[in-house]
Design a protein. Structure first.
Ligand code: GLA
Length: 407
């Protein structure tokens, strides 16, 4: 599995309405025919929130919604990007001089991250240009990882244009790293599932990849050689519930404020004045224990797994809300409504602080669940009918990134 490359599939474009429409739009935009198409899915995280970058296993699932890009390599060094969504303007640049502006989360910058990541991986300074038309159907800003899907899709587009090969794992590592060009400090979950997902399965993924030298909570556990339950006790013992000031942390570690800022904190956290170390550690170790418990039950007593998953999802939401503090009143309300109308488990998913929730609903209740939740939450709260249309849907495990060639 680790060495496996993304699949290339030959398709009759005429038989796939979305590909056909993209091909026609590409033709009217660039006056030519795409040479190939690439898709990379978004994801929903079922359980295991904010623990991938601490070194722990998570349980994401690729969704059917994806980024699809039609591509034509060209002889010039110009990279031309267009989007089927008129909200996202055209962009063009020299392929040899990629500049990603961290201060502007413009759509094309996510493409550039994947493009630059592959370019740098192979140490290439001169890249061939290409025309690309992007079509995404992952609701943006909803916590379903549309940005990472675009980075991954662009990475695979670039690899395919270069005629090079990389395994799915290598691609995921490169794309996770290159998304940082735009300032995202993710833990690699989104890119891993986008490449490694298999249709119809849910992937339990262990993220043991060491991208930097930050001491993660998982390493603390490994060094101590104790279980997650014991780590929860260690946390109780070692840390106090009141927030820590920067000075207190410095005193404790015997380092200067400058060392704390530059060597321990990330660009996103270096201006924080206080740190809830106890709450964050409790969340991480208990969330990691939930993922592990689910994995064990799947292996040892699979008939109990779904019911347990519902309970673990509910516990996870409480921990995200109270310990990690990444929920918000709207997500809490939505989770309550979902449970009221039959979800066996419901929780915020993705980074949080907005975004979306994921619910585990028995198949025979799905239709009434969707109607009731729509009435109770979306019809009442949404001001935009366009947003409502994409806001609530049932999904199943989607496959990972693919290249399509016209047969
Ligand atoms: C974002 C990051 C992921 C993960 C989640 C929180 O989606 O990109 O790596 O950390 O937040 O679980």
């Amino acid at each position: 599995m680790a060495a496996e490359e993304p699949t290339t599939r030959r398709v009759q474009v005429a038989e796939h309405p979305r590909l056909l429409k993209l091909k026609e739009m590409f033709n009217s935009k660039f006056g030519s025919t795409p040479k190939f198409y690439v898709r990379a899915p978004g994801r929903v995280n079922i359980i295991g929130e904010h623990i991938d970058y601490c070194g722990y296993s998570v349980l994401p699932m690729a969704v059917e919604q994806d980024m699809l890009i039609a591509v034509e390599p060209v002889k010039t060094h110009t990279l031309q990007l267009a989007n089927t969504n008129p909200l996202y303007p055209d962009f063009s640049t020299s392929a040899n001089n990629i500049h990603i502006d961290k201060t502007k989360p413009l759509w094309h910058n996510y493409f550039l991250c994947g493009f630059k990541g592959i370019q740098e991986h192979f140490g290439l300074s001169k890249l061939t240009g290409m025309n690309c038309l992007v079509d995404g159907n992952i609701p943006p800003g909803s916590g379903l990882s549309s940005s990472s899907a675009l980075v991954c899709c662009a990475g695979l587009v670039t690899l395919t244009v270069l005629g090079m090969s990389l395994s799915k794992v290598e691609l995921a590592e490169i794309c996770a790293k290159s998304e940082r060009y735009i300032g995202t400090e993710g833990g690699g979950m989104d890119q891993s599932i986008s490449f490694l997902a298999e249709e119809g399965t849910v992937l339990a993924k262990h993220k043991g990849l060491q991208w930097d030298k930050v001491l993660r909570l998982e390493e603390v556990q490994t060094k101590l050689g104790v279980s997650l339950q014991e780590m929860l006790l260690v946390t109780e013992d070692a840390l106090h519930a009141e927030p820590y000031s920067r000075e207190e942390i410095c005193r404790y570690l015997g380092i200067s404020l400058e060392e704390l800022r530059t060597q321990i904190l990330t660009p996103n956290t270096q201006d924080e004045l206080t740190f809830k170390l106890y709450q964050r550690a409790k969340h991480v170790y208990s969330e990691a224990a939930r993922v592990l418990q689910f994995k064990q039950v799947c292996e040892e007593a699979p008939h109990n797994a779904i019911q347990l998953l519902g309970e673990l999802m509910n516990q996870s939401h409480r921990s995200c809300r109270d310990m990690y503090e990444c929920s918000c009143p709207e997500l809490d309300q939505l989770v309550d409504i979902c449970r009221k109308f039959g979800a066996k488990g419901s929780r915020l998913t993705g980074a949080g602080w907005g975004g979306c929730t994921v619910s585990l609903v028995p198949a025979d209740m799905l239709s009434s669940f969707l109607t009731n939740v729509y009435e109770a939450y979306y019809r009442r709260n949404s001001r935009s009918p366009a947003l409502e249309k994409h806001s609530l849907f049932a999904t199943k495990p989607g496959g990972g990134a693919l290249v399509f060639l016209e047969a």
